[in-house]
Every structure is written in C-alpha cells, then in structure tokens.
Design a protein around this ligand. Structure first.
Ligand code: ZN
Length: 204
C-alpha cells in the first residue's frame, strides 16, 4: 500500500475505539506522511459525553479528523435502516473522495462491526479506491497467512496513546495487550510491530 501525503484516507468504525484498536497504526502512518485521514464513528452506544471526549482524543492522537455520524446522543448501529446507513456513508465518500478506505472485516463476530462492513462495501460500489479491512479484536488466524502487513513500529506509541484515550474500554493492561498483539503480528512477517489487513481491493 502506498502511504503518502497526497492520499485521501477514510476510515470507518462502528464505535469509538474500533479504528484506533484495529487500524490506528495505519491511520497514524498516513498522518505521519502528511495526509489528514478522516475517521467516521458510526455510533456511541453508551456513556455518550465521556466516550465523545475519548473519541476526540483518540482521533487527535492519530492526527485524524473525527466525524460522528450522529453527534447528539447515544445510539446503536442497528438504529439505522441499512439503506440510510449506506446513504450516509455515500455522503462521506462524496465529501472525502478517498483514495484509501479502511473498514471492518467480514469475519468479525460483533454484529455492529459486520453491519458497518456491509454498509461500507455497498456505499463504495461505484468508487474506485483501495479498500482494506481490519479486525477490531485479535486478527483471525488466516489473516496472518494471507494478509497485508503494515509496519507500525514508527508509530507504535502514537497508536497505543490513541487506544489508551479510550479509558472506558481499555485498561492499562489491555493497552499493553495491543502492544503485544502488534509484536505477535510483526513476528509472523519479519517486522518488529505490525498491523494486518485483508485487502479487499488495491490499485496502488
Ligand atoms: Zn466496536
């Protein structure tokens, strides 16, 4: 994947903390290259004010712009009709005109994450851009054999501080768990620290 200043990057997450946990290193790599990624958080399911602050801190740590699909109250991804969710994502895609889209993968057992995955692909059906898929939790085993590995060693501390911003979701030990996960993914591909993605489509 070509990581450069001139690439327009759009990341989708079901909840605050998903992008940071699953793709924070890649987003931070783009930001470090001079790009200004956009992070779309689809819903804040609970503790609205507190998690809103966390979402802002997480995006700021990564160097990304935060967009909340709904910015006035707690909600669930399932509150949206699928056609409405796809339409809202289409509006984001029209606004950002992305070269790269980062979104949830299809194997995620969290239903909200799967809905975001489906809605993103539907919204992208007429858009030519790179699309890579992440796991918000530990990556599934097959990904470690066939995935797209991203070196996140230069931005590891940035990613972990963005994850740590979500204090309602990640204890200090859980943040360290993310460091160890990055180390384990790296160990499977000859890097010190890595994230792994499923390439849905790659043009550049
Ligand atoms: Zn989530």
């Amino acid at each position: 994947m070509h990581i450069a200043r001139d690439r327009r990057v759009l990341a989708f997450g079901a909840h605050p903390d998903d992008i940071e946990a699953g793709a924070g290193g890649l987003v931070a790599r783009f930001a470090a290259a001079g790009a200004r990624p956009t992070m779309v958080v689809t819903s804040i399911p609970n503790r609205y004010q507190k998690r809103l602050v966390e979402a802002r801190e997480g995006a700021a740590a990564l160097g990304a712009e935060l967009v909340l699909l709904r910015d006035d109250a707690s909600s669930r991804v399932e509150d949206y009709e699928m056609h409405d969710l796809v339409h809202r994502y289409e509006q984001m895609i029209a606004r950002v005109s992305p070269d790269v889209v980062i979104t949830h993968g299809p194997s995620d057992t969290h239903w909200d994450h799967f809905l975001v995955h489906r809605a993103t692909l539907a919204a992208l059906r007429r858009t030519r851009c790179d699309v890579v898929l992440y796991d918000a939790g530990p990556p599934i085993g097959s990904r470690l054999r066939t995935g797209l590995f991203i070196d996140i060693e230069p931005v590891l501390d940035t990613k972990l501080s963005a994850v740590a911003a979500h204090a309602t979701q990640f204890s200090a030990a859980a943040v360290e768990g993310r460091r160890e996960a990055a180390r384990a993914i790296g160990a499977s591909c000859g890097l010190r620290f890595a994230e792994v993605f499923e390439p849905q489509r790659l043009y550049a």
